[in-house]
Design a protein around this ligand. Sequence first.
Ligand SMILES: [Zn+2]
Length: 378
Amino acid sequence: MDRKANAQMESDTARGLTKREFLKLGGLGALSLLSIAASLGACGARKKPKNWAWLSEDRFPSRDAWGRMFDKMKRHGVDAALVLAKPDTIRTLVPVAREAGIELHNWIISLMCGDEDVRKNHPDWFVVNRLGVSCLEKPPYVPYYTFLCPSRPEVREYLAARVSELAEIDGLAGIHLDYIRYPDVILPVGIQPKYNLVQDREYPEFDYCYCPVCRQAFKSQAGVDPLSLEDPPGNADWVRYRYDSVTQLVNQLIPLAHGRGKMLTAAVFPSPTIARKLVRQDWPSWRLDAFHPMMYHEFYNEGVPWIGEVTREGVEALAGRAKLYSGLFVEWLPPEKLKRAFQLAMQNGAAGLCLFTASHMTDEQWTALKEAVREFRG
Ligand SMILES: [Zn+2]
């Protein structure tokens, strides 16, 4: 990446986020009887929530700094850490997390790919838009927005190898997939003005993937080249093809993690409806152990009550097949709002929260979280 692009990215890292944390923003960053039953134990006592936090390697200069953060998390009601770091760092963190009583997971960027070897040697692995342009030549929105095509067997093998390598790490509890999706065909509504866009429908420059592999696979399945469809976004089979492509990839990774006793989880868009519409994630079809939907309300011009609504939609769609942890953007949630968000998540069937990020929590927020967990359990 050239210096100009770097400067652009740095200016994009609003609110004091590091580059890695910024990437996490997703780019540019019924209260049913079932869920009530799930939140109540056998004798009517409420179950202990399990709370998580995302953490990025570039925030922590030393093993001691990690240890202090893990201790603080544990003291305030957080049980698991999703850490974005290289495998070597993750190995060194296993004993540190264990000592603090924190469950350690490795958070990885999956289909978005900045790997120089892949970019240089396999340019054909990257998604192509409806105008025939590869995201490698002309990335949408920002220079680093380069995504691999989930339909390609070589891409599936590449990600399988990454997950397999991590699954070998003793003491690691799980692997957490981020950017397991297409580029946003439609950006979250609160972000569109930043790019001077009004995305009232699917525009061809943001609509992926029309690479030769995808065109051929769809043609053999549906009898027609997607590029020759009159209205590609309106064709239900073509829309479904892309949902299924990501779903198949995810479901192929699961045995690689489970075979080594690891959980496989993912950061997904906030509700199944939004996830399908914006990034083609049909996540209720993924057979993962848990989901951490990014309910970053201000990106959708929403308030705190919306966190309860999208939690409910996700919990109902999963129908008890996997746990859901409501992902919160903590800088938009001062202490009282953070408490409210926790209550809404739990009342609507979440198994706990996931904080983006632990590093951005103030002492007042940590105290509020601890109180909220205590009050919930009664
Ligand atoms: Zn493709």
